[in-house]
Design a protein around this ligand. Structure first.
Ligand SMILES: [Zn+2]
Length: 328
């Protein structure tokens, strides 16, 4: 019997056991190779771009480099998302490995128990990893001539707890009885290809964004909801009425539904009633996981680490205070 990719050896290229057997020097070498891949791990000064730097460890053992050209000191993470990190790099690598191995998401409390770190430190670390994942979607466009894309939206957040006594309960489907925090996650997904998620107040508010992310010539698949009609002004469309079938005449939004299934499971199992600015980050995390579902775990960890080390410091978290969460 053919086995599923995730059950095969090819899917498991990095184990937590391996990370924990690494010395800190090996973890530093891994980070250096990922950050400075063009020089095969040789340090490049983030200040002046100088290629000549020598190691100059602090008395505490913390690794620093000194640039021969500008004389500035820098670390493996200076100027990156993990700048001013406090935990050893091996712990960062372990945290990313644990995070990527949980295909529906990992919550910070569980990670804090795994690593023996505070919940707050883990929570910030995981949000920085999500911020790194978000880079993957920046400026991405999908589709093109003869390509098929699916789009759909689903509501998340703004949970309203039902009252204890049935006589006090109100119809939570009515706008007046909602919290006003409910947001619409929109997914655009190329069939058998990559995705881009976004968060809007409603599906109709997402239309111009969807148009901007799809290349001309794309055939767009959507459900029968009238809100999508406007996309027909720019794209050939195929509609599927879910009350009749999930797929008919090649029209379906099943891959968009798979994405929402993953995000919904993450919401129920890990993120819980997520709303507000973090919803976008969870939506991006689920899209990253969905697109990488056939990629071995070692490659996923390298990719996320690379995204974290090749962009600037955190915008969401600076000095542990949440700033502004930007859309990709
Ligand atoms: Zn320099």
């Amino acid at each position: 019997m053919a086995i599923h990719f995730l059950q095969s050896k090819a899917a498991r290229t990095l184990s937590l056991a391996h990370v924990f057997r690494m010395t800190e020097a090996e973890a530093e070498a891994s980070f250096a190779k990922i950050r400075w891949s063009e020089t095969d791990g040789a340090p490049v000064c983030p200040n002046c771009g100088g290629l000549e730097a020598y190691e100059c460890r602090r008395p505490s053992g913390a690794l620093r480099f000194r640039c021969k050209a500008c004389r500035k000191d820098f670390s493996l993470t200076s100027g990156t998302l993990f700048a001013s990190h406090k935990a050893p790099l091996r712990v960062y690598l372990a945290a990313i490995a644990v995070f990527m191995n949980e295909v529906k998401g990992k919550n910070a409390l569980a990670l804090s128990r795994d690593l023996g770190m505070s919940h707050k430190a883990c929570w910030v670390m995981l949000h920085k990893v999500r911020e790194a994942m978000a880079e993957e979607f920046r400026g991405r466009k999908l589709g093109g001539d003869g390509k098929i894309a699916e789009t759909d939206g689903a509501y998340f957040g703004g949970y309203v707890k039902p009252a204890n006594f049935a006589t006090d309960r109100r119809d939570r489907r009515r706008l007046a009885n909602q919290s006003g925090k409910r947001q619409s996650v929109i997914i655009v997904r190329e069939r058998n290809g990559r995705s881009i998620p976004a968060v809007f107040g409603s599906e109709s508010a997402a239309l111009s964004w969807i148009k901007s992310r799809l290349l001309p010539g794309t055939v767009v698949n959507a459900d029968e909801a009238g809100g999508w009609n406007d996309l027909a002004s720019k794209f050939e469309m195929k509609r599927i009425n879910h009350q009749e079938a999930y797929s008919a005449d090649g029209a379906c939004t099943n891959q968009a539904e798979s994405y929402f299934s993953r995000l919904r499971r993450g919401e129920m199992g890990h993120f819980h009633h997520v709303s507000g600015p973090y919803l976008l980050r969870y939506a991006q995390e689920s899209a990253f996981r969905e697109d990488a579902r056939r990629v071995d775990n070692g490659a996923q960890v390298r990719r996320v680490t690379q995204l974290a080390l090749t962009r600037g410091p955190s915008i969401d978290f600076s000095g542990y205070y949440q700033r502004h969460i930007q859309a990709a």
